[in-house]
Design a protein around this ligand. Structure first.
Ligand code: OGA
Ligand code: MN
Length: 200
């Protein structure tokens, strides 16, 4: 499990964090293998956009396949959830964001897949507060595409290659971002920390 100090500090200072080679490579590689096993077990489904009745598949916006991480996880994926719990507790302790729990899915982008520009916080539900993404692709090259492009407040963009061990986190309501078309199979673990909705 990595030390989250740099991530927490960056979230505090600028609202986002990009850490290359942040996750121990052996742990990340074990997660890659566990996700490949989920694919072999046919556990990925086309992703949808929005919530409840609004849910629909719109391949022009989003063309990845996802598998929610819930029960009976392989050890490396359970370990990832344990690490995200440690991150949650540290964020709450130091930044008092009041994060309640995290929801995480593995995502698989086949060649040609992309995800158009969006915010992670839903329009009709403000519970999603902090995004955390771990990339699981060894030997990724610039020509493989599949960059994460994050719009920054100064009008520039941060571009992130989805390389094994790169960890990205940002405030879910504040950073529009997109996944540019990939030319290779692209695997990620994407999570959103939620706070309790105001309704409760
Ligand atoms: C998402 C998302 C980014 C990525 O799933 O909401 O923005 O780099 N993913 O996979
Ligand atoms: Mn997103």
């Amino acid at each position: 499990m990595p030390c989250f100090d740099r991530a927490v500090e960056a979230i505090h200072q600028q609202g986002y964090f990009i850490g290359e080679q942040f996750w121990p490579a052996s742990e990340a590689l074990a997660m890659t293998q566990a996700c490949q096993e989920l694919r072999q077990q046919d556990r990925f489904r086309p992703a949808c956009i929005g919530r409840a009745q609004e849910k629909q598949r719109q391949e022009t916006i989003r063309s990845d396949l996802i598998c929610w991480l819930e029960n009976d996880l392989a050890a490396p994926l359970q370990h990832y959830l344990d690490a995200l719990e440690a991150y949650r507790q540290q964020i709450n302790r130091e930044l008092m964001l009041g994060l309640d729990h995290v929801e995480v899915h593995a995502a698989y982008y086949p060649p040609g897949a992309h995800y158009g520009k969006h915010l992670d916080r839903h329009r009709d539900d403000d519970a999603r507060t902090l995004t955390a993404i771990l990339y699981l692709n060894p030997d990724w090259q610039a020509e493989d595409g599949g960059l994460l492009s994050i719009d920054l407040p100064d009008g520039s963009q941060a571009r992130v290659l989805p390389r094994l061990g790169t960890f990205v986190s940002f405030l879910s309501a504040e950073f529009p971002h997109a996944v540019l078309p990939t030319r290779r199979d692209r695997l990620t673990l994407t999570g959103w920390y939620r706070r309790r909705s105001a309704a409760f």
